[in-house]
Ligand binder design. Structure first.
Ligand SMILES: NC(=O)c1ccc[n+]([C@@H]2O[C@H](COP(=O)([O-])OP(=O)(O)OC[C@H]3O[C@@H](n4cnc5c(N)ncnc54)[C@H](O)[C@@H]3O)[C@@H](O)[C@H]2O)c1
Ligand SMILES: N[C@@H](CCO)C(=O)O
Ligand code: NA
Length: 441
């Protein structure tokens, strides 16, 4: 059978950080890509809202201000959606599929919220929705889980999957920057979402771990049951206390298969300073996968930025180009498992999670406080492993930092409610979870 050598006609929606990166990578590596695919990947039509922001990018394509013009263009084979947001991205994606076009997307928010609908629409028409760029930027983690580890029963995934938060935590630790300064720099560097609260409040990492859980365990996409906490409430003193105790604080996405369901959660987490994940800094991402046959694997790389994300967009375009003529039932399934073989395992509430904990308690600066705190914890079966209590002469309150042994979150919740009623507790009690990674699957 003669191979199709006609160019693959690409339409692109959005020409911001990732869109421009995609154009640059396709242009720079055109020869290399053609040698790999056997045909050219040609951007034929682009939706560009603000052409004045293209910074000299040469775009040899039809340009429309309206993204619908691209989606409705009959001479387009694949639509790349890199404009972000839910509306109109959802309608545009569904319309592209409706008109027989494959879709490559970097939009994790869209897939985490509407993935079931979008994958079903693609499946019904024998089309592909490729989303490597949506999860951990350049790192080929979707491909790794879906294909490279396809022989395994995956037990857990744990990852630093938001470049912006990791950059902020790194700058707080290394340079003693405050939160606002580090966030402004992350935005300037093109790491942050258009709405950076998605980064710092954990939503973006939650979108990504939700998608990874589906690909790892063959479960429908269920963002609504993901527990989400961000890094906004962390202070430089927490980063310093954690370091003193032998830990680093990272915003982790965690999903784990348990006897009675699946844990799915995002929160700032103390991890041992000696673990490989602790040395993942700046905008870099890393995902630790525990699986039965391969054991532990770590994927590491750039999780954000124009060219790194474009690397994944273009790899997906290559995949689509290679398999667009293949029988759809023989392609790699969107969520790694056959669509009719997904299992809706229960997603567990946080109260059922077991963890070790870091507590920072602002308490009255007077004798006997620690004994009262310890008594409340003991009454709920929670025991203390380590503590730091600093003298602050003349201060009304002092921070008490405790490291707690593993316990059920429900027990700690109950202890914290009782602790808040102690007159000696002056303000917030910060609770962070600790993962002693090497001991767990
Ligand atoms: N920046 C990153 O590092 C990164 C990494 C992975 C995934 N993503 C995802 O990629 C997508 C794009 O992110 P980005 O950083 O390039 O954002 P961006 O804000 O830099 O670019 C988005 C572009 O889309 C354009 N746009 C938005 N709505 C439009 C419309 N209705 N019509 C025409 N153009 C429109 C905007 O004008 C802008 O130029 C998002 O879904 C984001 O979550 C970004
Ligand atoms: N805002 C995201 C972009 C990559 O998905 C991050 O900081 O990781
Ligand atoms: Na990726």
């Amino acid at each position: 059978m003669a191979l199709d050598t006609a160019p693959v006609r690409v339409g692109i929606l959005g020409m911001g950080t990732v869109g421009q990166g995609t154009v640059r990578v396709l242009q720079r590596n055109a020869d290399e890509i053609r040698r790999r695919v056997g045909r050219e990947l040609r951007i034929c039509h682009a939706a560009v809202r603000k052409p004045e922001r293209l910074h000299g990018l040469e775009l040899d394509a039809r340009v429309s201000a309206d993204p619908w013009a691209v989606v409705r263009d009959p001479d387009i084979d694949v639509v790349v959606e890199v404009m972000g947001g839910i509306d109109p991205a959802r309608a545009l994606t569904l319309a592209a599929l409706e008109s027989g076009k494959h879709v490559v997307t970097a939009n994790k928010a869209l897939l985490a919220l509407h993935g079931n609908e979008i994958f079903a629409a693609a499946q019904a028409r024998g089309l592909m929705v490729a989303f490597e760029a949506a999860v951990a930027g350049a790192i080929p983690i979707v491909k790794t889980i879906r294909e490279g580890l396809a022989g395994n029963r995956i037990q857990s995934l744990m990852g630093i999957i938001n470049g912006t938060s990791n950059y902020i935590l790194t700058q707080m630790y290394r340079e003693s920057w405050d939160f606002e300064r580090a966030l402004a720099a992350a935005q300037e560097l093109g790491y942050a979402e258009a709405d950076p609260s998605l980064d710092v409040d954990g939503g973006d990492a939650a979108h990504k771990i939700t998608l990874m859980a589906s690909v790892a365990f063959g479960i429908p996409v269920d963002f609504a049951h993901c527990h989400v906490e961000g890094i906004r409430h962390l202070q430089r003193q927490d980063v310093a206390f954690a370091a003193e105790l032998g830990y680093r604080i990272k915003l982790l996405g965690i999903t784990r298969r348990c006897d009675d369901g699946v844990e799915l959660r995002v929160h700032p987490t103390l991890i041992p300073a000696s673990h490989l994940l602790a040395s993942v800094e700046g905008p870099f991402n890393a995902i630790l996968v525990h699986s039965d046959a391969a054991g532990q694997s770590i994927c590491y790389g750039r999780g954000a930025g124009g060219d790194p994300t474009a690397s994944a967009v273009v790899a997906d375009l290559v995949d689509v180009a290679r398999t667009m003529t293949a029988d759809p039932s023989n392609r790699v399934p969107h969520l790694a498992f056959q669509a009719d073989a997904l299992t809706a395992l229960p997603l567990l509430p946080m109260a059922a999670v077991e963890s070790a904990y870091y507590l920072r308690i602002e308490a009255a600066n007077r004798p006997g406080v620690l004994a009262q705190v310890a008594a409340v914890l003991a009454a709920h079966g929670v025991s203390i492993e380590a503590l730091i209590q600093r003298e602050r002469l003349g201060a009304e309150t002092v921070p008490i930092v405790l490291v707690l042994h593993r316990c059920r979150e429900a027990d700690l919740d109950a202890a914290l409610v009782q602790m808040a009623q102690l007159p000696v507790i002056g303000g917030e009690v910060l609770r962070l979870r600790i993962e002693n990674i090497d001991q767990q699957g």
